[in-house]
Write a protein that binds this ligand. Structure first.
Ligand code: F6R
Length: 616
């Protein structure tokens, strides 16, 4: 969703803003703009040429030459109110061009606010809800000459989840920002101040990073931060440590971020396991940041796992480990549905919310609902100090590093691994599994990064296999048990990247309807690695073959019996059955990658998608 950058006291402000917007492109956007204070006024450029917008914006850098051009705002827009166009791109101005605003999220009551402003003679030049904020600031600045004070007054009138950064011409070095649920960070570096919607935007440039709570307004000026609550009580921005380095958010010679991030999967798993699996220690698992009261955890008699998209699939893949090791009922829900079905929650329920960004609004809302009902909450997040990490009673971080490609790859595998670590931890605590069972899974986890590496090292070979189905246009993915979430994830990746119709089913469900769609023009991708239900998958494959569909398999290396059943096969190493979703998913990431590139699509920024979905 929209990407925000604001800079104060930065001598190469236009370059820094454009570079930040480039690094925020992964969030998904359709237009972009920036404004720089120069010669006493706000100079603005905007482009609305889809994913070329930031590139076009960079051509304007040379137009900003003034020695006073040290403050400005930039924005990548993902359209909600009004089509992608130059007029609707941010920054949005007030009537006179004194105030500039960039915004992510939705002002739910913008229509009534706009009507009031129109009645008072304000002139609007866009269809956006954002422009309402600029005009409200214009009004508030009649009473105060500070943009941060004006923003505090305006913010209390706005409904909805959002993050805002604003500036004005009478004190252009002072930027004001505020957030409600939507992500926003502040950073400083020797006289320079930055505000951004995500860390990669300013990685390498800023030294100190800060979070502000919901409803706290911050004035950021030349490296100084003045934060206060809406009632003007002082507030402390919380400093947090960023361990990501710049090279992990750069392409590093790869054609795209997706292939880079697929190749980073062994390291993502190594880093997620690091220091947590104490195989020779009787405590077994170390989850330092879990911060949960053990008595409370022991009282848990039911678990809900929630997430969206790929993160939901990670919940589904890890459910098998939690149920089997911890002997506890686990329910799954897509976060946007969970809150509306009135689940029965109480202090003995554990709600596990899984999110790469920790900022997905659907999951945040579900988590808030769970906490309000008294349930214990645990978040699995890749972003330290994300909104969800702060809301939950407990957190387990995946240490996958920044993920830039819109489609999740390495964070998905890291999520499954983190959840399996939790399964072992909880099973040991409850005493629900034998030492042998736990040791088997723990040993397999230790071996997992090398096996993932064996597979990613064969990237080119997987592309060869994928190329055998280049000409096909309809895909069905089937799997049973732990293979079912793999099938769903394979279909989701293919849809998002190649825009080809793709569906995932439990293999046993085929005959109850979907089989009607099979014919020689369709491809069935079957997850056929050796597991508990392998024989049944084989039987389902016969049904597929009888309908003439092309069969692409995910099978274990050396398993000739299975390989002989398909037209082509991706070969993966054998592992513990509960970990097979980690390995089996990798060829399907490569399949989606190849078919998208074959069709000429941008794999890092698929159409219509956003990396962090901050609207419901
Ligand atoms: C798919 C994908 C999305 C996200 C979903 C949740 O490749 O990336 O389906 O998984 O939007 O995002 P997070 O994990 O940030 O909550």
């Amino acid at each position: 969703m929209c990407g925000i950058i604001g800079v104060s006291g930065v001598h190469d402000a236009p370059e820094v803003i454009v570079e930040a917007l480039r690094r925020l492109e992964y969030r998904g956007y359709d237009s972009a703009g920036m404004t720089i204070y120069q010669d006493g006024r706000l100079v603005r450029v905007r482009e609305a040429t889809g994913t070329h917008s930031v590139e076009l914006l960079s051509k304007h850098i040379k137009d900003f030459q003034g020695s006073d051009s040290i403050s400005g705002l930039g924005h990548n827009r993902w359209a909600t109110h009004g089509k992608p166009s130059q007029e609707n791109a941010h920054p949005q101005f007030d009537c006179s061009g004194r105030v500039a605003v960039v915004h992510n999220g939705i002002v739910e009551n913008f229509l009534e606010l706009k009507e009031e402003l129109l009645n008072h003679g304000h002139v609007f030049s866009s269809e956006t809800d954002t422009e309402v904020i600029a005009h409200l600031l214009e009004v508030a600045l009649i009473e105060t000459d500070r943009i941060d004070f004006a923003l505090a007054e305006v913010f209390s009138k706005l409904r909805g989840a959002m993050a805002i950064v604003a500036m004005e011409t009478s004190r252009p070095t002072l930027l004001a920002c505020v957030r409600r649920t939507s992500p926003l960070i502040i950073a400083t570096n020797d006289g320079e101040g930055f505000i951004a919607s995500d860390i990669p935007a300013i990685l390498g440039r800023a030294k100190h990073y800060y979070q502000i709570d919901d409803g706290v307004v911050a004035g950021v000026e030349l490296g100084e931060i003045n934060a206060f609550k809406l009632d003007h009580e002082p507030a402390e921005p919380r400093e947090f440590v960023v361990t990501w380095d710049l090279s992990r958010s750069a392409r590093d010679g790869y054609d795209d971020f997706m292939s880079k991030e697929i190749m980073e999967q062994p390291q993502a798993i190594r880093d997620t396991l690091a220091g947590r699996l104490q195989l020779w220690d009787s405590s077994g698992i170390k989850l330092d940041e879990l911060r949960l009261d053990l008595e409370q955890l022991l009282g848990v008699n039911k678990i809900f796992m929630i997430g969206c998209g790929t993160s939901y699939h990670a919940c589904m893949a890890a459910r098998y480990a939690i149920e089997s090791l911890c002997k506890i009922p686990v329910e799954l829900d897509v976060a946007s549905e969970f809150r509306y079905r009135e689940p029965k929650l109480d202090p003995q329920t554990l709600v596990i919310a899984v999110s790469q960004s920790g900022e997905t609004l659907d999951t945040i809302a579900a988590l808030a609902e769970a906490s309000d009902s008294g349930a214990i909450s645990l978040v699995v997040s890749n972003v330290v100090d994300s909104s969800m990490a702060r809301m939950a009673d407990a957190v387990i971080y995946t240490h996958a590093g920044p993920e830039v490609c819109v489609a999740s790859t390495k964070t998905y595998l890291a999520q499954i691994v983190a959840l399996e670590l939790f399964a072992i931890y909880f099973a040991k605590l409850k005493g629900t599994s034998t030492a042998k069972e736990i040791q088997a899974l723990a040993t397999a986890l230790t071996d997992l990064p090398d096996k993932v590496e064996q597979l990613t090292n064969r990237f080119a070979e997987m592309i060869q296999v994928a190329s055998k189905v280049e000409a096909f246009e309809r895909f069905y993915f089937i799997g049973r048990n732990v293979g079912f979430p793999v099938a769903l994830e394979g279909a989701l990746k293919l849809k998002e990247l190649s825009y080809l119709p793709a569906e995932g089913f439990p293999a046993g469900e085929l005959k109850h309807g979907p089989i009607a769609m099979l014919d020689p023009s369709s491809v069935v991708v079957a997850i056929a690695t050796r597991g508990r239900l392998w024989e049944k998958v084989m039987a389902n494959l016969q049904e597929v073959k009888a309908r003439g569909a092309k069969v692409l398999l995910v099978a274990n290396e050396g398993d000739q019996q299975t390989i002989a059943e398909g037209d082509a096969a991706f070969l993966v190493p054998q592992t513990h059955p509960l970990l097979s979703p980690v390995l089996d998913t990798i060829p399907l990431q490569v399949l989606a990658y190849h078919l998208a590139r074959f069709r000429g699509f941008d794999v890092d920024r698929p159409r219509n998608l956003a990396k962090t979905v901050t609207v419901e």
